[in-house]
Write a protein that binds this ligand. Structure first.
Ligand code: DOR
Ligand code: ZN
Length: 363
């Protein structure tokens, strides 16, 4: 008899993940691998991952500490003012670098080496367009006088519009889309643009950040926005083939979060499928009555759409021989993880959530 409190989907992939490096790598890698098969690994290390050679070495360090056979890190390069078109061709030729990440200089954590002007990357964009290599974009303007809640909209209207106008066939992922303006822009470029949507932008608004005392563990960039923006993200995710899961899970030690200079980033990797299930559940029939509609959607959002955009094989049952089981079952999240001598506080630390996921053998 079918268990109504159970959903199963092919192993998910996380299309936007921060693992960091060094002592914390065993923690972050194994959390991610406990829930997904592949992940796009962000290159904003100190110093950043700028070359194919550096990406290969970083990939080796990730695989060395990984205790799960199924996990495959998909590497990216960090775009600087000095990135060469030749490096793009090398990346395209490798079988482990899958995209290039654009950070506007100064926009976010470890973005100091990012682009000081998008026009500095004209030749790189041309090379990427030519060899069909995806560009991943942190879409926030760094104009100093701009309101922080308007940074995404302003980037869309200026730099992003310029990129799209000048490189019409360049395939682009609008990363961690956070506003209605961002959603509209993705929709108006849908033939060659996709978007990742994080669990925290689907679950939180700026009230969760600012009301009843400032909440450092709800602070990320782009900052969480209004209820109207959140609804736009939910609706686009429900309706559009080109919106898919990318957690932007971004670990920082407690000492850097609960600080007068709070670092941007929300940690969700250890239970991200559960968070997506929570975010979308209200938009489907009660899964304990009929789990199929929510299950079908979560499969598309976490295990199919991103794979299609990146042109990668689906994680079908049997290859690998595992699935993700998501049970309607309350459990209490850990208050913090050990993090190389500090602590790592995840989203909803110490709270009870209604879903629990696990990678299990497919029958
Ligand atoms: O909140 C964020 N944290 N946004 C980013 O763009 C970077 C990330 C990080 O690396 O901590
Ligand atoms: Zn990120």
């Amino acid at each position: 008899m079918a268990d109504r409190n159970r959903i199963e989907i092919p192993l998910p992939d996380d299309w936007h993940l921060h693992l960091r490096d060094g002592d914390v790598l065993p923690v972050t890698v194994n959390h991610a691998a406990s829930r997904c098969r592949r992940a796009i690994i962000m290159p904003n290390l100190k110093p950043p991952v700028r070359t194919v050679e550096e990406a290969a070495a970083y990939r080796d360090r990730i695989l060395q500490v990984c205790q799960w056979d199924h996990f495959e890190p998909l590497m990216t390069l960090y775009l600087t003012d000095n990135t060469s078109p030749e490096e793009i061709l090398k990346a395209k030729d490798s079988d482990f670098v899958h995209a290039v990440k654009l950070y506007p200089a100064g926009a976010t954590t470890n973005s100091d080496h990012g682009l000081t002007s998008v026009q500095n990357a004209r030749e790189v964009f041309a090379a990427m367009e030519q060899c069909d290599f995806p560009l991943l974009v942190h879409a926030e303007s760094t104009e100093p006088n701009l309101d922080v809640f308007d940074r995404e909209r302003a980037f869309v209207e200026t730099d992003f519009a310029w990129i799209c106008e000048n490189f019409k066939r360049l395939r682009i992922v609008f990363e961690h889309v956070s506003s209605r303006a961002g959603v509209d822009f993705v929709n108006s470029n849908a033939s060659r643009m996709a978007a990742t949507v994080t669990p925290h932008h689907l679950l939180l608004t700026r009230n969760d950040l600012l009301v009843g005392g400032l909440k450092p563990h709800h602070y990320c960039l782009p900052v969480v926005k209004t209820e109207d923006d959140r609804r736009a993200l939910i609706q686009a995710s429900l309706d559009k083939e080109n919106f898919f899961a990318g957690t932007d899970s971004a670990p920082h030690p407690r000492s850097k979060k609960e600080s007068h200079n709070c670092a941007a980033g929300i940690y969700t990797a250890p239970f991200f499928p559960e968070l997506y299930a929570m975010a979308f559940e209200p938009h489907f029939p009660d899964p304990s009555q009929d789990p199929a509609p929510l299950q079908d959607f979560l499969r598309l959002f976490m295990s199919v759409r991103g794979e299609r955009f990146y042109r990668m094989p689906l994680n079908e049952k049997g290859s690998p021989d595992q699935i993700l089981e998501i049970r309607k079952e309350e459990w209490t999240l850990t208050a913090s993880y050990e993090f190389a001598g500090d602590e790592l506080v995840p989203l909803y630390a110490g709270k009870t959530i209604p879903y629990k996921a696990e990678i299990v053998k497919a029958n």
